[in-house]
Design a protein around this ligand. Sequence first.
Ligand SMILES: *Cc1c(COP(=O)(O)O)cnc(C)c1O
Length: 369
Amino acid sequence: MSAPAPIPFIDLGPGEDEAAVRAAINRVVARGWFVLGPEVDAFEHEFAAASGAAFAIGVGSGTDAIALSLRALDIGVGDEVIVPAMTAAFTALAVIIAGATPVLVDVEPDTLTMNANACLAAVTRRTRAIVPVHLYGQPADMDAIRSVASRHALAIVEDCCQAHLATESGIPVGTRSEAAAFSFYPTKNLGGVGDGGAVITSNDAIASRIRQLRNGGQRERGNHVEAGVNSRLDDLQAAVLRARLPLLPAWTIGRRALAGRYRQLLPESLRTIRERDAGHVYHLFPVLAPERAELQAHLAAAGIDTMVHYPAALTQQPAFAAFASHECPVAVSAAGQLLSLPLSPRLTDEDIIRVADSVAAFAKGHRTA
Ligand SMILES: *Cc1c(COP(=O)(O)O)cnc(C)c1O
C-alpha cells in the first residue's frame, strides 16, 4: 500500500476561485490604476456590507488597521491599551506603533480569549482602550469586556484579524465597538495575494480620520493636516478580495463543519478550545497537548502538517519585556501545549478522519490520553 497523500496545514495554490482571481488581477493590470482606485472603493463597500458595518477602510495590514484605529481615537503616547497575552504579537505591536503602551493580561483557560476580570484588574488612570482578540475565530467574552469598558469609559478596538464573518450572540463581530480591525494576510479566512487589512466602523468621524491617516494625513490632495502614514490597501489586493468575498460564507460553513467533525472524532481526553459561541468561524483548530513535540512528530510521520499558535505568551517575548507587568499563567501554560491541527475549507471529511485517527493512535500510549 502506498503512503496516503500528505495533508498540508494550508494550501494557498490555485483553488475553486482561480478563474475569478486571475480575472480580477487582469482587470487591474488592464486598467492601470493600482492605489486607491475603483477596486478599493468597491471592496470597501462590499466588505462593510458583509461585515454589518457602515464603513470599511482598506489599509496595508491588520496591524495597521489596529494602530490606525487607535490613532483615530486620539490614543497614543502616555496612554495604556489592554491586550490579551495570547494572540499574534502584531496585536501588541500595533499598540506600540500607535505610540501607546500595551498592557498584557491573561486569558480564560477554556477559550484562551481575554479574561475580563484580568482586564478590569489592569485598568489604571492611564488606560484608554481595550483590544480584545477573537482568537482562532471565536468572539471574546464581549459582554464582560464591554461592561469593563463602559465602567471606565474606555474605547474598544476589536482585533477581528481571525474572525471574518464571525458573530457574537448572533451579531457581527466588530459592529458594537468604536472600530474593528481585519487582516487579509493570505492565510486568513479571507486572504489576498499579499498583505492587506481593513478597519470597520459605523462612526463617520472615525472612518474619515482613518482615510486621512492611511494616506499621509492628507485631508485632500496636497493638504497634510496631520502626520499620517502610507498604509493603503492596493487595487490588486482589493480586486482579489472582491473575487473571494462571495465565496467566504460557504468557506465559513465548511470550516465549521470540519471543526464539528474534529469535536466528534478526537479522543475525549484531548483538550480542545471550548466553543462558547456558535458564531465561531474556526480560523484555526488548536488542541492542548502536554506532549506537544511528540504529538507533532507523530502527525508529521503520518504526513500531517501542524503549526503552533502561539509558542509563547506575549509576556514571554523579549520584545514585550517592558510590558509584562501582570502574571499570565494561563497564557504561559497554553503556549507550552498548543498545537493547531490542519483546518481549511479545502480539506475533506476523510482528511479530518485521518488526522483524528492519528491523534487517537498517539493518545493511546501518552498522557494526552
Ligand atoms: C494576522 C493577525 C494580525 C496581524 O495582521 P497582519 O495583516 O498580518 O498585520 C493581528 N492580530 C491577529 C489576531 C492576527 O491573527
